[in-house]
Design a protein around this ligand. Structure first.
Ligand SMILES: [Zn+2]
Ligand SMILES: [Zn+2]
Length: 543
C-alpha cells in the first residue's frame, strides 16, 4: 500500500438516514482522524461544497500517535431547501492534509468525503424522490412524477437521466463511455466507426427468442441503432403489425411495449434515428412518426406524402432530413423540425431518393434512383450542386473531411468535393455492383460489393485489399484493428489489414443474410438477419 492509499480518517462517505431527513433539525456524525506514529503531526483543513454541510473544527492538527474526532454536521432544513431548489442531493468535504511520508518528507494531499442525502432529485422534472429508509433501499429507476428513466452515477451515486453521458454533478463522472449510434453508420456522415474489439462474438440475447414457424411471418428488420443503453429498430412481418422496438442493450429486456406503427419502416434500406430524446421513423406510407425514446409514447406524427425508403437522419437537435419518393420519377428531400414535425423546407428532386441521405458541415447529400447526386445547404435548402454520376444507387453517400463518397450500382466508387461536387477520383475496378453503404477508416474505405468486401485507398481510389465471400449488403463496422462485416451466409467476418478473412460469429447458417446495417454500443454489436432474428453479440478481443 502506498501512503496515499492510507487516508488518516475512518470513512469516505456518510449517508444521512431517512428518519433524520424527515425529522429535520441538525444531524451529526463523527469523523475520526488518526496521526500515525513516526509520521509527525497531522494537519487538516476541510472545506464543504454545500452551505448545508459543515465540519467542526475546520482546521486542526493532531500530534503523532494521537486521534481527533471532528463533527460532520448537516443542517437538514437547509439541505432540504437546497435540494428542492435543484441542487444535487450530495455534499462533499474537500480535505487537505499534510503528514510525513515513509521517507520523512512532509507531503500535502487532498481527498474528499461525500455526504449523501436520502433523496434523489429527478433531473428531468426536478421533483424530489424520497428513498425509503428500509435496509437495502435503492434510488428509484423511474421518476414517479414524469416517468423519466434514471440511473445512478457510478462515481457519486446521484441520479441522472438515461440520456446523459456525464453526471450532472461533474463532467468528469462518466456514466456511459460509448457514443450513441444514432443512425446508419453511427452518425449522419455514416462513417461506421466503433471502438469494438475484433475477436469472437458471443450471443448475449436475441429477439425473438424462437423463430416463427411460418417463414412468411418472420420479422424483417430495418437498420439498427443504439442510444442511452437502448437498442432501437423497426420490424415488420410483412402482413402483421409494424413495430418499433426498444431493448436494453445488455439484457435484451424491452424498455417499453413495442410501439405500433401505422405502416412499415422500409425493412431493407430504412431505419429509425435518434434526435435529442426522440426516435424518428419515416414510413413507406409517407408518414413520419416521432416517439419519446425513454417512454415509448407518441410525440408527433405528420403525413408528408409519397414514400420514405431510406432512413430519416438528424441534421442537428432541431431538424431531421427525410428522403421522399413521389410517383415513378420524382422525389423530395423534406426537412422537418423535431419540435412538432413542421416542414421547414422541401427540395424537389429529379429522381426518387431510395437510400438514406448524409449530412456533414451544414451540407445534405442525397442519391436518387437515376444516378444523380444532390447537395443542398442544410440551413436554407438552397441547392449547392447536382451531378449525374451512376445508373442507380444501393448505397447511401458517406462523408468525411469535406469529401463525399458515392458508391454506384454500376460498381464505380467516386470521391467528390462536398462543397462543389467536383469529382476527385473514380474507381471502376471493384468488380461488380456496390451493394451497400461504404464505411470510412483513416486511409481506406470499406466498400460492400457483389463479390465481397473491398478496401479502397481514400487518396487514390485504388483497391488495396479484397475478399471473395460473395455479396456484402450491410455497411461494415470500422474497428481500431480492422473491419467487421457480414457475408451472404449470415456469418460475421473480420478483416485485418493484409490478412485473410476470419469468421467471428455464425448467426445461423443456411440461407439467411445480414442485409441491414449493424449497430454498436459498449462492446456489443447488434446484427439482424433475413431469418428475422436480431442478435446481440458481446465482442471479445480474441478469436
Ligand atoms: Zn421526473
Ligand atoms: Zn456523479
Amino acid at each position: 500500500m502506498t501512503d496515499s492509499d492510507e487516508l488518516p480518517w475512518n470513512s469516505m462517505s456518510i449517508k444521512l438516514p431517512a428518519e433524520a431527513f424527515v425529522s429535520g433539525g441538525f444531524f451529526d456524525e463523527q469523523l475520526r482522524f488518526a496521526a500515525r506514529v513516526g509520521r509527525g503531526a497531522l494537519r487538516v483543513t476541510a472545506k464543504s461544497s454545500e452551505p448545508w454541510l459543515s465540519i467542526v473544527p475546520q482546521s486542526f492538527a493532531v500530534a503523532a500517535g494521537g486521534i481527533m474526532d471532528a463533527d460532520v454536521v448537516v443542517d437538514v432544513s437547509a439541505a432540504r431547501r437546497m435540494v428542492e431548489g435543484g441542487r444535487p442531493p450530495l455534499g462533499e468535504l474537500h480535505i487537505e492534509f499534510t503528514q510525513q511520508n515513509s521517507a520523512g518528507v512532509r507531503v500535502e494531499q487532498t481527498a474528499s468525503v461525500s455526504v449523501h442525502l436520502p433523496v434523489a432529485v429527478c433531473p428531468s422534472c426536478k421533483k424530489v424522490l424520497h428513498i425509503p429508509s428500509h435496509l437495502g433501499a435503492k434510488p428509484p429507476t423511474v421518476c414517479m412524477h414524469c416517468f423519466e428513466r434514471l440511473r445512478p452515477c457510478p462515481q457519486c451515486g446521484v441520479l441522472n437521466t438515461w440520456r446523459v453521458r456525464t453526471c450532472l454533478v461533474s463532467p468528469n463522472h462518466i456514466i456511459r463511455a460509448s457514443e450513441d449510434w444514432v443512425t446508419l453508420g453511427g452518425n449522419s456522415s455514416h462513417t461506421g466507426i466503433a471502438d469494438v474489439p475484433l475477436g469472437a462474438g458471443a450471443l448475449i440475447w436475441q429477439y425473438p427468442v424462437t423463430l416463427h414457424t411460418n417463414p412468411l411471418r418472420r420479422l424483417q428488420w430495418s437498420s439498427v441503432i443504439t442510444a442511452f443503453g437502448v437498442v432501437y429498430a423497426a420490424s415488420t412481418p410483412g402482413d402483421g403489425e409494424h413495430l418499433l422496438h426498444a431493448f436494453d442493450v445488455e439484457s435484451g429486456t424491452p424498455v417499453w411495449e413495442p410501439y405500433v406503427l401505422p405502416a412499415p419502416v422500409h425493412p431493407d434500406r430504412g431505419g429509425v434515428c435518434v434526435v435529442g430524446d426522440l426516435i424518428v421513423a419515416g414510413l413507406v406510407s409517407g408518414s413520419v412518426v416521432a416517439v419519446d425514446a425513454i417512454r415509448g409514447t407518441r410525440r408527433w406524427m405528420v403525413d408528408i406524402g409519397g414514400s420514405v425508403y431510406g432512413s430519416v437522419i438528424p441534421l442537428n437537435n432541431e431538424a431531421v432530413a427525410v428522403p421522399v419518393a413521389d410517383g415513378i420519377h420524382t422525389g423530395r428531400l423534406v426537412v422537418l423540425t423535431t419540435d412538432g414535425g413542421r416542414i421547414r423546407y422541401e427540395v424537389p428532386m429529379s429522381g426518387r431518393p431510395e437510400c438514406t441521405p448524409a449530412a456533414h458541415n451544414n451540407v445534405v447529400v442525397v442519391h436518387d434512383d437515376t444516378g444523380g447526386v444532390l447537395a443542398i445547404n442544410a440551413s436554407t435548402g438552397a441547392t449547392l450542386w447536382y451531378t449525374q454520376l451512376a445508373d442507380s444507387f444501393d448505397a447511401a453517400p458517406v462523408v468525411n473531411d469535406g469529401i463525399v463518397y458515392c458508391g454506384g450500382h454500376d460498381g464505380i466508387l467516386r470521391a467528390l468535393v462536398l462543397e462543389t461536387g467536383e469529382v476527385i477520383w473514380q474507381s471502376p475496378v471493384l468488380g461488380g455492383a456496390i451493394t451497400g453503404t461504404p464505411s470510412i477508416a483513416d486511409s481506406v474505405l470499406a466498400v460492400p460489393t457483389v463479390e465481397g468486401l473491398c478496401l479502397v485507398s481514400r487518396e487514390t481510389g485504388q483497391p488495396v485489399q479484397r475478399t471473395s465471400r460473395g455479396p456484402v449488403r450491410a455497411q461494415p463496422i470500422v474497428a481500431p484493428d480492422g473491419f467487421l462485416f457480414a457475408g451472404k451466409d449470415a456469418r460475421l467476418h473480420r478483416l485485418a489489414a493484409g490478412m485473410a478473412v476470419d469468421d467471428v460469429y455464425d448467426a445461423g447458417g443456411g440461407g439467411p443474410q445480414v442485409s441491414v446495417p449493424m449497430a454498436y454500443a459498449d462492446g456489443n454489436v447488434y446484427v439482424a438477419t433475413t431469418r428475422g432474428v436480431l442478435h446481440a453479440l458481446r465482442m471479445t478481443g480474441v478469436l
